[in-house]
Design a protein around this ligand. Structure first.
Ligand code: ZN
Length: 504
């Protein structure tokens, strides 16, 4: 039936035009958020909350318009939808999924969420400055309430937490995550125990000597460029919290944070964001604004950042190349430090209260704690006002550490202030996916030692970045690595590396 085929093609053309326009509008909201995190004066917060709410409402109205529904209904019944993993079939599948999700949320809710989020973030910053959880508690309660309401609107029965996770990681469920964390706990607990039991404590004092910030910035730019981040199509700025924000093709923004008397934390956070940035720069620009031009999931995004931060950036071949350069730049701090000692220092395993700077072995324990606490708050089992006590108790139980104050405790992450519930598990999924993808990419140690990262980046471009949302993340991992996502590669990699480093 040629006439119907024509109609489907026309409908598809219109759907893609609309999707692109929505992505452009959404990127304007992103740019406002980038500005909020970098340069906006504090006095701008109330007006920014209004800007964000208006944009979120406009965007939501377009994303859930009756016309979108008509186009999708036509297309889902057409041959275009049955094209397997052809771009049109992928775009119809994913735009349909997003449309149905968004259509369950009324505009008022979306606007209220956007407005509350901007205010809650600001109060979270102030509460940290004053080390006063009580100040943030009412806003945490508001955000938990909004997330619970949203989960209720989205949920089609079953665990409401599923519908929040689904937003970030399509195809992932609470049950699967619970099983994943269970096996990680069973595997990594004994590994951590035997590392701590060796009583081997690599010296790390050299990482806290004088590292002038202007030189750290230059070194960061040089490393970012050396691993393949295109500084003509992106930039690095300073912000209170490191993040990556893709504004559009040709504009990927990363933020960093440097401290004068610390090298490792800032550097690895930078490399982490560079990993996110490389994924964004590798997405197919011709599909911009459609699912084929978007990252597969947040977990897959995190796999790219963790891969560069840990699997590449904390490896000896990486530093075989970069250490002589680092020592040139910071000769006062590192003149008497050999590469082997530096390598040990950046891989020291030690249970601490802080997630962002946690080592590879303890990192997922921090995520597990958050996974359990946020589910408890959403289910009503834990009142948001009681979070500090529950938090400290979990850290004592799981890691044997006691946060010194709320900044080191439950105010350390801004995710809940942003309304990001169901988001934390994607960090652990990122570690799991990263290990599987990296193992499949082959050994390139010799190239790394020469400072050549193009082979790995090219491989990631082909197998992950250019795939967009062609496959849901778990399926993409299976295709790339030959296995369903499971912690086997992650655990094996950690056992090998830290077994050697700690002589287990
Ligand atoms: Zn990340």
């Amino acid at each position: 039936m040629p006439a119907l085929t024509m109609n489907a093609h026309e409908a598809y053309g219109e759907l893609i035009r609309i999707a692109r326009e929505q992505s452009v509008l959404s990127s304007c909201a992103d740019l406002l958020e980038w500005d909020e995190e970098t340069y906006m004066p504090r006095g701008g917060v109330a007006h920014r909350a209004e800007q964000s709410a208006v944009l979120a409402g406009m965007l939501h109205e377009r994303q859930t318009s009756a016309r979108m529904g008509e186009l999708l209904a036509t297309l889902e019944a057409s041959d275009l939808a049955r094209g397997g993993d052809a771009p049109a079939a992928v775009n119809i599948r994913e735009l349909g999924r997003l449309y149905r999700r968004r259509a369950r949320l009324p505009r008022e809710h979306v606007e209220e969420f956007a407005r509350a989020r901007t205010m809650a973030q600001q109060v979270w910053v102030e509460a940290r400055e004053e080390m006063d959880f009580g100040r943030f508690a009412p806003w945490l309660e508001t955000m938990v309430g909004l997330a619970r309401r949203e989960a209720g609107m989205l949920s089609a029965g079953g665990d409401p937490y599923d519908s929040l996770v689904e937003h970030y990681e399509p195809g992932m469920t609470t049950a699967r995550l619970t099983a994943l964390f269970g096996s990680l706990r069973a595997e990594l607990g004994p590994l951590l125990g035997s590392i701590v039991g060796t009583r081997k404590r690599p010296r790390t004092a050299m990482l806290r000597r004088e590292y002038p910030v202007d030189r750290q910035k230059l070194f960061a730019q040089a490393v970012a460029a050396a691993v393949g981040f295109d500084l003509e199509r992106g930039r690095l700025d300073v912000a209170a919290h490191p993040f990556c924000m893709a504004i559009g093709p040709g504009d990927t923004r990363l933020t960093m944070r440097y401290a004068e008397r610390s090298f490792g934390d800032g550097f690895f956070a930078m490399l982490h964001e560079v990993g996110h940035g490389l994924y964004e720069q590798g997405l197919p620009a011709e599909h911009y604004g459609t699912p084929m031009g978007m990252a597969a999931s947040l977990g897959m995004h995190e796999s790219q950042s963790r891969l560069w931060e840990n699997l590449v950036g904390r490896s000896l071949p990486f530093w075989t190349h970069f250490y002589p350069r680092l020592r040139n730049v910071f000769h006062e701090a590192l003149a008497d430090v050999k590469v082997e000692a530096f390598f040990l220092a950046i891989n020291r395993v030690e249970p601490t209260a802080l997630r962002a700077t946690a080592d590879e072995v303890t990192y997922n324990v921090h995520i597990m704690i958050r996974f359990e606490l946020e589910r408890a708050m959403l289910s009503g089992a834990l009142a948001p006002a009681d979070l500090p006590g529950a938090w400290n108790e979990a850290y004592r139980r799981e890691l044997g550490v006691e946060p010194r104050d709320v900044v080191e405790g439950c105010l350390q992450d801004g995710h809940w202030a942003e309304g990001l519930f169901g988001y934390f598990p994607t960090y652990t999924l990122g570690n799991v996916y990263a290990a599987q993808v990296y193992a499949a990419s082959g050994n390139r140690d010799e190239a790394f030692a020469r400072g050549d990262f193009s082979g790995l980046l090219g491989w990631l471009r082909d197998h992950v970045h250019t795939q967009g949302m062609k496959h849901p993340a778990p399926e993409l991992v299976r295709r790339v690595s030959g296995r369903e996502p499971d912690p086997g590669a992650l655990v094996a990699g950690l056992r090998k590396k830290y077994g050697e480093l700690y002589g287990l």
